[in-house]
Structure formats: C-alpha cells, structure tokens
Design a protein around this ligand. Structure first.
Ligand code: SF4
Length: 166
C-alpha cells in the first residue's frame, strides 16, 4: 500500500517555526471529536506518493532557499509508518531541512512500536496526541488542544518540550 498526499503548501508560517513546506497526508484512525479535517481520515484520496511525486516535492523544496523546514501533517503521517519511514529518510537526506511532524499518537505510543520509533529518528519536532475538544484553546501556538505537546527530539529521544505561549 502506498501513502497518499492530500495537498502540499510550498510556503506556510502556521505549521511550525519559520517558513515551511507543508505536506498533508491522507489517512487517520484517531477520529477525534471536533477534528478540523474529517475528510482527511480516508486513506484512498489524494495522490499516491511514488518516486516521481516525491522527487517533485524534493525539487520544489530544494528550489526555495527561503524555507526553514518541512512539516508533515494530515490526516496522520503515521497512518502507514513503514511508508513514512522511507519518505522521511528521503526528505531528510535530500534536503537536510528540519522536520516537524504532527500525529494523533502520543510519543509514548510511537516508541512502543519498532517501525514508528524508527521514524522518530528523522523528526526534529513532534507535535503529539489526539485533538481533545475539552482541552481545545485557539490561543495555543502550533497545536490545537492543551494535551498536545511540542517535543524537540534528537535521535528519537525527547530533548525538551516547547511552550510557546509562555
Ligand atoms: S489526529 Fe488529527 S486528523 Fe486525525 S482525527 Fe484527530 S484531529 Fe483529525
């Protein structure tokens, strides 16, 4: 099975620090109440990430010297973690940009799974956890609800947690 991408944004400032290239993947199992994008739950929509498409994305990123990094969102990029690992590896090697990744899983859930844990080694900042309507707060930076954490990672381990509102 190949992952699909619903949309890409060549430049965004709302999906992490700085000017970023954002990739929105299709597919999510979390079904959070109050999800901003339930259309992204289905994994069979969007364009299949094959070699041609991934090369196009990488070329677009390499052509923009103003970019600070890349953000993966969705849906949930971890919907198919074995595919995600290959995509992350290519993106990191070809661009050397810092990578933010949003997921409905918690960090603890991810490290309990071998393939998911392997993905973390390519991710610089993980925004983790489901969207919890009861903890939603529109004043938060780069996250939707208070339970979600913005974690700086190194080699897959947590270095620190960011709280940009403080
Ligand atoms: S993890 Fe994100 S995309 Fe998935 S249901 Fe929750 S809010 Fe929606």
């Amino acid at each position: 099975m190949h992952m699909r991408i619903l949309s890409t944004y060549a430049e965004t400032i709302s999906d992490g620090i700085g000017l970023r290239y954002a990739i929105y993947f299709a597919g999510c199992i979390h079904r959070c109440s109050g999800c901003h994008n339930p259309e992204s739950w289905r994994a069979d929509r969007g364009r299949i990430v094959d070699e041609v498409y991934l090369s196009e994305i990488i070329a677009e990123i390499q052509a923009n010297p103003l970019l600070d990094g890349i953000t993966l969102s969705g849906g949930d990029p971890f919907y198919d973690s074995s595919q995600l690992e290959k995509i992350l590896k290519r993106l990191k090697k070809a661009t050397n940009k810092n990578i933010w990744c949003y997921t409905g899983y918690t960090y603890e859930q991810l490290i309990a799974d071998e393939t998911m844990r392997a993905c973390l080694t390519y991710i610089d900042v993980l925004v983790d956890g489901r969207f919890e309507k009861e903890q939603a707060d529109p004043t938060l930076y780069f996250r939707g609800s208070r339970n979600q954490r913005i974690l700086l990672l190194k080699n897959g381990l947590i270095v620190k947690e960011f709280h940009f509102e403080e």
